[in-house]
Design a protein around this ligand. Sequence first.
Ligand code: NAP
Ligand code: ZN
Ligand code: ZN
Length: 346
Amino acid sequence: MTTVAAYAASAPKAPLERTTIERRALREHDVLIDIKFAGICHSDLHQVAEGWGEAIFPMVPGHEIAGVVSEVGPGVTKYKVGDRVGVGCIVDSCRECDNCKAGQEQHCTQGMIATYNAIGRDGEITYGGYAEKVVVDENYVVRIPDGLSLDAAAPLLCAGITTYAPLKQWGAGPGKKVAVIGLGGLGHVAVKIAHALGAEVTVLSQSLRKKDDGLKLGADHYYATSDPKTFEQLAGSFDVILSTVSAPLDLSAYLSLLKTGGALVNVGVPEEPVTFHPFALIGGNKILAGSMIGGIPETQEMLNFCAAHGIGAEVERITASEINEAYERLAAGDVRYRFVIDTATI
Ligand code: NAP
Ligand code: ZN
Ligand code: ZN
């Protein structure tokens, strides 16, 4: 066992404070990773607040982990000391079900083991990336290509795969019109990836205050959803709409922006239900879909794609002592576009 410094919430809605946790002794296929950067995802806020239901405390959040391998177990074949690696939302799964075998570990029929706020298959509580080090089985670790800096890569481990997977699944590419609702952590990466895939990209944000940024990130168009004219102008326009919104939303008006047979893919997980009127869905045979992160092979594919296209997250680096302030700012939408903790400051 290794004792490492970490930041944890001791109870629901409690501020994050410095503490220590134990990381397990390396097993056959484990790697020990010196964490360099950990992104702050809105999912961290939802879980610390118990917004998705009962959670496990103390909680060390963090599932956007970038670091360097510092030790390997005797049976490790994929990584060696010094390798630049990442860990996302999944640290284990049954490895035997059809979904695991298909590289869709997030849909493991036995239940995926989340990087934090979960009980591992060994019965131990999992603790996430707001920490100096983490021990993870090599099969749930991905390689960060040389072209990507570790701070800009960290958010790709959740925000990147969560947007890449549905954009690929729903055919974002040349000749397709894609809209992204919400220009936050997920949204800004979605814009970069959809643009790199060759789609015509529109941002649907609450206001025009981030318009210049959105266009620089690769959007072709930018509209404010607070302006009712937006919905008249864009009616029937899009092949795919990706909603990354972290708050409850009525999707009816957004469904009206789809072409006949178009798909609105919801990836946001607000704490209250998302609603829509059935007429908004049945008129035009629209599709309302969901998508949850992505499996390990596709996460590696996404990182390789991002490196090839020069895509990293736009990050604001913070020290560990600034985590609570960052939580307040993220809740208020005051972030451009991902807070990343420099874990050397823990
Ligand atoms: P974020 O950085 O806070 O971005 C969310 C964006 O949603 C905001 O920047 C804002 O964009 C928009 N928004 C916020 N409140 C809104 C409201 N009341 N009405 C309309 N738009 C609003 O959060 P994130 O880290 O990208 O995460 C987004 C959501 O995805 C969270 O719920 C998170 O839990 C979830 N998530 C899901 C998965 C998955 O597997 N499906 C994975 C990761 C995260 P504008 O300012 O541009 O309007
Ligand atoms: Zn996340
Ligand atoms: Zn499985």
